[in-house]
Ligand binder design. Sequence first.
Ligand code: ADP
Ligand code: MG
Length: 211
Amino acid sequence: MILDTAWAVAWMTRAASDIAEQAGELGELDRAIGDGDHGENMNRGFTAVRASLTDVAEDALPADVLKTTAMRLISSVGGAAGPLYGTAFLRAADAVSGRAHLDGDDVLALLDAGLGGIEERGKASPGDKTMVDAWAAAVDAARGAAERDADALEVLRAAARGAQHGAESTDRLLAHKGRASYLGERAVGHRDPGAASTAILLRAAAQAAEA
Ligand code: ADP
Ligand code: MG
């Protein structure tokens, strides 16, 4: 599939159903090292996103879809994840503004801008056991693919694999940001819920492009 506005809508629609399906697991992860609401928060947010993307204007660009997603997440998620993902998608929208079809370099720019937004807003770095670990691993993998001149789909697939590895890497980390940071050693052995949701979102982006 060409990465156009229809892809962006398909990404968010798929993200909404995957998050709904895995809200229980995300809640379990957050119950272990947070307050248990991450699944509900994300499901509420992406349900609102899906509802607002049912009639996208004919001349809308991918950036418009990303921007609508950001606004919905900011207004409906609540909790730490809402403003963080909201900022990520706002920055991602800016990174591809004016582009009707995204190539591999656009995908990298989109993801890298999203990561920058999260890092700036949350003041977290890789290794702090947050969604940044999944997002940063996704950007590294996407950059590797883009440098090999991979096409947009390959860059997205690399990002999705990177995000999954990044999420898994949080299992063994101590948390330095967010609620889990109050737990010290007790957070070790548990996956960060936001890193897990990032892996779901980026896998949905690749799957939407494969469809
Ligand atoms: P809350 O912590 O308010 O209950 P959520 O449960 O929805 O919000 O989201 C928790 C997730 O947010 C964490 O798993 C982590 O990935 C992410 N997070 C929390 N604080 C930060 C931060 N300062 N920087 C980056 N990510 C963060
Ligand atoms: Mg929570």
